[in-house]
Write a protein that binds this ligand. Structure first.
Ligand SMILES: Cc1cc2nc3c(=O)[nH]c(=O)nc-3n(C[C@H](O)[C@H](O)[C@H](O)COP(=O)(O)OP(=O)(O)OC[C@H]3O[C@@H](n4cnc5c(N)ncnc54)[C@H](O)[C@@H]3O)c2cc1C
Length: 404
């Protein structure tokens, strides 16, 4: 049957949904509404390549032809401004109305704006879109002292990029260590030392309460009254799903649009995937999660039985002369054994978390050569050889699983 499928938002969730739909259905019309002027692109590269010549051609997830070959009607630079779930209609900002048989909400999230006095000043930035990079680049040349609010992966990458440009950088983090969700205490300490050795100042347990200056920021004040000098601010303190569009609809909204394991909302013909979707009380907020959820939503739309069963979180960061890889569950209290190996100069650190004879998580700082192997074992829950883990080193374990 020829259906009209409308997708709001053009990120990775939308692209993977289209791929899945087209595996099973080459006939239905697919309409993709994207409010940025660009074809869907690798958003995760924005902070990884802040000062590299980032043209959209290099960033596109799929080339232009792919959309033509897959018969996708693209509405680039157009915003969905209303949906009518009774009449099954989406209205765009230019007055166009699109009727749908099935609707996929894939319009992602925005960066959360911290409640800080002065956050609206003109040289305070946050990175979510390609246009944000252009804005920062256009204004950074005469800025010398950058304050990064938030010590998560995105801001660490931004801090590293700024530091590589010779800027003086301070990172202010609310928590007591960097990347606490991805690293254990020792790995955080190694990262912290690497950051400091690149002359970046780190302020932990620090809440910024005010950004000073008239139109432009010229400093910041912490909760304890400490003054921090800066002439540009970049913040990254989490995300908020873009749910505003759905507020006056029967859809269930909590943190995101609530979906079941088929990525279906409360309404039978409306699905959601990626950073807009909330499943089991959680919004994913990760690229790999959006990829998988997009695929499941696409299959569900095309009528194939498919169920989302979770995605193992993976983090890769190359910054401050460190390669950091973290995967899966890194809570030592919930694992049966952990194997640890570290070099005396802190240039390498490896920790493998084992539960029920499976690798459930790992932190690797240094040589990334075995990361893909470990990822395969974690994601596929592969059983380990019969080993006495109390007498095994990380190196022994890697050798044994390599030969499996
Ligand atoms: C700088 C940065 C670095 C990141 N690094 C990592 C990383 O290293 N690892 C990782 O796992 N994740 C990372 N992430 C998170 C990851 O990028 C997201 O989880 C992922 O992009 C979510 O994909 P999505 O398709 O759900 O939504 P999005 O990528 O947000 O795409 C949704 C699109 O919909 C558009 N849209 C919104 N509202 C409308 C509307 N009303 N009408 C039309 N279009 C609309 C948006 O403008 C956007 O283009 C990073 C994110 C950022 C911003």
């Amino acid at each position: 049957m020829n259906k009209n499928i409308v997708i709001i938002g053009g990120g990775i969730a939308a692209v993977n949904a289209i791929k899945a739909i087209r595996e099973l259905d080459q006939i239905s019309d697919i309409h993709l509404i994207q409010n940025e002027n660009y074809y869907p692109y690798y958003r995760i590269r924005l902070t990884k390549s802040l000062f590299e010549p980032l043209t959209i051609d290099k960033l596109m997830i799929q080339k232009q032809d792919w959309y033509e070959q897959n018969k996708v009607h693209l509405y680039l630079g157009r915003e969905a401004v209303a949906i009518d779930t009774e009449k099954n209609k989406v209205s765009l900002d230019n007055g166009t109305e699109l009727e749908y048989d099935q609707l996929l909400l894939a319009n992602g999230a925005s960066n959360a704006i911290p409640k800080i006095e002065g956050i609206e000043k003109s040289n305070v930035h946050s990175i979510r879109k390609l246009s944000d990079i252009a804005t920062i680049r256009a204004h950074v040349a005469d800025k010398h002292v950058i304050l990064c609010i938030g010590g998560g992966i995105q801001n660490l990458e931004a801090a590293w990029a700024m530091c590589s440009q010779g800027k003086k950088v301070t990172i202010a983090e609310f928590q007591d260590r960097l990347m606490p969700r991805q690293l254990d205490a020792k790995a955080s300490e190694i990262l912290q030392n690497a950051v400091k050795s690149n002359h970046v100042q780190i302020l932990l347990n620090t809440a910024i309460t005010k950004i000073t200056g008239t139109k432009e920021a010229n400093g910041a004040v912490t909760k304890n009254g400490r003054l921090i000098e800066c002439d540009m601010v970049i913040y990254s303190v989490g995300i908020r799903s873009n749910t505003a569009l759905y507020e006056n609809t029967p859809l269930e909204i909590n943190r995101g649009v609530v979906v079941d394991h088929h990525m279906k909302t409360k309404l039978d013909n409306v699905y959601a995937a990626g950073d807009i979707a909330e499943i089991d009380g959680r919004v994913g907020g990760l690229w790999s999660i959006a990829m998988e959820q997009g695929k499941i939503a696409g299959y569900s739309i095309a009528g194939k039985e498919a169920s989302y069963s979770g995605t193992v979180p993976v983090t890769n960061m190359n910054a401050f002369h460190l390669s950091i890889f973290s995967i899966g569950d890194i809570d030592e209290n919930s694992s049966d054994h952990t194997l640890v190996e570290e070099s005396p100069d802190d240039s390498t650190y490896q920790r493998i978390f084992i539960k029920n004879n499976r690798i459930v998580g790992a932190i690797i700082i240094g040589d990334p050569g075995n990361n893909m192997l470990i990822k395969k074992f974690v994601e596929n829950k592969l059983p380990l050889p019969d080993i006495d883990f109390t007498k095994t080193t990380v190196e022994d374990l890697i050798q044994q699983i390599k030969s499996k």
